[in-house]
Design a protein around this ligand. Structure first.
Ligand code: C2E
Ligand code: CA
Ligand code: CA
Length: 492
């Protein structure tokens, strides 16, 4: 057994499961039982000692309150899953579930009722585990984790989330006290042949927090309601519903792309535009693109959605070029999500869209986030090179917000860095100016152009020019707008 091994060391950041033995305690107990077994002479006594040893092992790996596997056992199962996944053609998913307002139950009714509730929840969740290969674990306090291996499709994950949601509809009857409790679920998965890394669990955890946080956002106009989480949270059903609606919107052409101008500092001309996804939901109103992308990323929709944005943007670009044939070429920046980039055929998707729309590959800029460079190491360089061979340029988006990968700039075939808005908004302070000027100088030394994002005021624009930035983008020059409006701006 490899407790606290480096591979899954990330688990150590989490709180201990109440009542579970620490790895050190467990090892000591195991050794003690082994020594006792070795010393005992008669066979029956040895059998008893071995049973004691098994018991120690079982106790160390299970939560004493609910009897579910604890996080140590989860750690072990994740490690075995990681070994198997590399040879497998299936999906592995982790679902992170957190009870809503459990503390209120504990504080209001006392720990005994709180414990009863945890046992009842554990019991209900256990009924959802259909396959022997799945693990349901009490991770800590009011957190539970499902590890599901060998899934044939990501739809299986959505089905499980829906069933979890349904499982929280009925109230719990705890010795005459009726309690309705909700839960928020986060999920993360890896696809066929992808490596399982310690990141998987953390991603599911982050997704769970995102699900809690994003709930009011996706409710749209007409509802400013706070997340009402006494009772079922509803967020997971919302997510599933949104996923279905997004699928329909893609099929029925109800999505749109807006464009924001990018302006060259040296002459103030619009030299490019960034394509930004827009979705107006028939009942919920505008759904922020960041939410749409998150939903698409954890279903199988992201590739279709990404390809759709790319194709639409290239079609609009081709139209602008035709309408304004006397104008110099216009750059077209399109955002690419991590999962899209990781698709083995992504470069050929880009290539065929360029071919179909007859857009010059030198006009296209693919915007990638910093996490791409961090998460996928050597594999990334190869993937990115496959794209630059097509003639497209690559931009590192939101620079400075993720892993501040200054050292990655020279290593990767990046052509453009987009300094995040959070730095531009600090330009009125000396420290902010120093940061922007230093990043700009370093990038330019490496032959990388710099775009300052989120420029809202004339003063910021002047500071960006002073810091040596090549381009500016932001509300000062224009909010994201329609393809038609961009055409008018180009004519003007
Ligand atoms: P991003 O790539 O950093 O895009 C810039 C975002 O900043 C846009 O938000 C834009 O409207 C906003 N913005 C631009 N100038 C200003 C400014 O001066 N002030 C302020 N406060 N905001 C400004 P939007 O359209 O809501 O998009 C949010 C994010 O959603 C994008 O951030 C991008 O990460 C993602 N996204 C949008 N469309 C796509 C897409 O087609 N594919 C992918 N993978 N992601 C997309
Ligand atoms: Ca972007
Ligand atoms: Ca950005």
């Amino acid at each position: 057994m490899c407790h606290g091994s480096e591979r899954f060391g990330a688990l150590d950041v989490y709180r201990d499961t109440p009542g579970a033995l620490s790895p050190a305690d467990m090892e000591a107990a195991q050794t003690l039982a082994d020594v006792v077994a070795a010393l005992l002479l008669n066979a029956q006594a040895r059998e008893t000692a071995l049973a004691v040893s098994d018991r120690f092992h079982y106790n160390a790996m299970h939560d004493p309150l609910t009897g579910l596997p604890n996080r140590l056992l989860l750690q072990e199962r994740l490690e075995s899953a990681a070994t198997r996944a590399q040879r497998s053609h299936t999906y592995t998913a982790v679902l992170f579930l957190d009870l809503d307002r459990f503390k209120q139950v504990n504080d209001g009714y006392g720990h005994q009722v709180g414990d009863q509730l945890l046992c009842a929840v554990a019991h209900r969740l256990t009924t959802l585990v259909l396959r022997r290969s799945d693990t349901l674990c009490r991770f800590s306090g009011d957190e539970f984790v499902f590890l599901c291996e060998e899934l044939s499709s990501v739809n299986d994950v959505s089905t499980l989330v829906r069933r979890i949601d349904e499982a929280f509809v009925e109230p719990y009857d705890l010795d005459g006290i009726e309690i309705i409790v909700g839960a928020s679920v986060g999920r993360a998965y890896v696809g066929p042949g992808e490596a399982i890394t310690p990141d998987l669990l953390r991603r599911a955890d982050l997704d769970m927090y995102r699900a809690k946080r994003s709930d009011p956002v996706v409710r749209g106009p007409g509802s400013t309601a706070e997340v009402v989480q006494v009772g079922r949270s509803g967020s997971n059903l919302d997510d599933q519903q949104l996923e279905d609606d997004l699928r329909c919107a893609l099929d029925d052409g109800h999505l749109d792309v807006a464009y924001q101008p990018i302006v060259r500092c040296s002459d103030g001309r619009i030299t490019g535009v960034e394509a930004l996804l827009r979705w107006t939901h028939p009942h919920r109103g505008t759904v922020p693109p960041i939410v749409v992308i998150a939903i698409a990323e954890r279903s199988d929709l992201i590739n279709e959605l990404g390809a759709w944005v790319l194709e639409r943007a290239c079609e609009d670009h081709a139209r602008w070029t035709k309408q304004h044939d006397s104008l110099p070429s216009l750059d077209l920046a399109v955002n690419v999500s991590v999962r899209q980039l990781m698709m083995p055929d992504f470069a050929s998707v880009v290539s065929s869209v360029l071919g179909r729309t007859r857009v010059d590959s030198r006009s296209l800029i693919l915007e990638l986030t910093e996490s791409i460079t961090m998460e996928h190491g050597a594999q990334t360089t190869q993937l990115l090179s496959g794209l630059t061979e097509l003639g497209v340029r690559l931009a590192l988006d939101d620079f400075g917000t993720g892993f501040s990968a200054l050292n990655h700039l020279g290593r990767l075939p990046i052509d453009i860095v987009k300094i995040d808005r959070s730095f531009i908004s600090e330009l009125d302070r000396p420290a902010g100016r120093i940061v922007v000027a230093s990043v700009t100088a370093l990038a330019q030394d490496l032959g990388i152009a710099v775009i300052a994002e989120g420029v809202e005021t004339e003063r910021q624009r002047v500071e960006c020019i002073g810091a040596g930035c090549d381009y500016t983008q932001g509300y000062l020059h224009g909010r994201p707008t329609t393809a038609e409006r961009i055409s008018e701006l180009l004519a003007g």
